[in-house]
Design a protein around this ligand. Structure first.
Ligand SMILES: [Zn+2]
Length: 122
């Protein structure tokens, strides 16, 4: 496996996510400034702010995964599923270089998450 290829991809993704989270923070701050202007703007900017924070939440989770993957490169465990230890499918790593799971374990985790989300709704 060409580790340097994945390290480059991960570092690039990290740069994008960091830049975009800075931008979202700035947007949220600016929409906060607009809130004092009038009540209609207030609603719109509160919604914009909530949306920015939602996106920022998803992106910061992804940033964490990217940083974990870079750490696994340093530790020499990159490319192995953290659940079963088997090598992660090459096309999967190519598409999602920060994934910690093989396809099978990813599905397991997604099902568990869906169940947990369902439980919260009840
Ligand atoms: Zn696995």
């Amino acid at each position: 496996m060409n580790i340097e290829h994945f390290r480059r991809k991960l570092l690039e993704r990290k740069k994008d996510l960091t830049a975009s989270s800075n931008r979202l923070t700035e947007e949220a701050r600016q929409s906060g400034v607009a809130e004092v202007e009038d009540p209609i703007d207030q609603v719109t900017s509160a919604e914009a702010k909530a949306a920015s924070f939602r996106v920022a939440g998803i992106e910061s989770e992804e940033l964490e995964e990217v940083e974990d993957a870079l750490r696994r490169i340093d530790e020499g465990t990159y490319g192995k599923c953290i659940d079963c230890g088997r090598p992660i499918e090459a096309d999967r790593l190519e598409a999602v270089p920060w994934t910690p799971y093989c396809f099978k374990d990813q599905q397991k985790h997604e099902q568990a998450n869906a169940r947990a989300a369902g439980d919260r709704l009840l």
